[in-house]
Write a protein that binds this ligand. Structure first.
Ligand code: FE2
Length: 221
């Protein structure tokens, strides 16, 4: 299995992963203008992109997922709750759905709160074993922070929804699973924002373990 992270000009993080052995890959949270990077990486790895996924409809950048999907013929995937909201065709994802990309397994976790359609992707390298390796958390869970629930103007309601998503879907995952967020700090960001620096390595600060062991329980105040 290969895994690549792209730090975009929009201060977000995109992901490209898949199974080189069977020549299949997934592109996640592609930013408009970055489509060529994914095409080049796919050619380098000699893989075909089989899904283009947005973890949610983004408020902070234009998604390149639709264009990326059009250029590759791969379906553009969003959570099924975007039916009627998105003005274009997409392949709906549902909570608990599992699909395989060669020897890589992807489980969809619907984690509303930041947005109603937010999903996380729990990824397992089946050649390593049956235990998941990492979870792509979109804007739901960062390293040291959580996504804003106030963007749609229903902050109290959405904060509660986000609380439930974090506790029911993400904090129940095994400690050793690494979390891979969709946001990185701007180069000029204050030091406090360094918590969101991408750390998809073995750092325990980047794992679900970090939240359970080093953070007090999230509470509604
Ligand atoms: Fe977002």
């Amino acid at each position: 299995m290969f895994f690549k992270q792209l730090a975009t000009k929009e201060a977000s993080l995109s992901y490209f992963f898949g199974c080189a052995g069977q020549g299949k890959a997934v592109a996640v949270d592609v930013v408009a203008g970055d489509e060529d990077w994914f095409i080049a990486e796919a050619e380098r790895a000699q893989v075909r992109i089989t899904q283009v996924i947005d973890t949610h409809v983004h408020a902070d950048h234009y998604s390149g997922g639709r264009e990326r999907a059009r250029r590759t013929g791969a379906p553009h995937c969003l959570h099924e709750s975007d039916r009627g909201r998105a003005k274009y065709d997409f392949l709906p994802l549902r909570d608990g759905q599992v699909f395989e990309v060669g020897n890589v397994q992807v489980r969809v976790l619907h984690t509303p709160g930041h947005t109603p359609d937010s999903v996380c992707l729990l990824v397992t390298d089946l050649r390593r074993g049956e235990a998941p390796w990492f979870v792509i958390t979109g804007d739901t869970l960062f390293v040291g922070a959580i996504g804003r629930p106030d963007l749609a103007g229903r902050e109290r309601e959405m904060a509660g929804v986000l609380y439930d998503s974090l506790h029911a879907k993400l904090l129940n995952l095994p400690d050793e699973i690494e979390s891979t967020p969709a946001i990185r700090p701007a180069a000029s960001a204050a030091p406090a924002s360094r918590a969101n620096r991408p750390r998809r390595s073995a750092s325990r600060n980047a794992g679900i373990r970090h939240w359970r062991w080093t953070r007090p329980p999230l509470s509604m105040r």
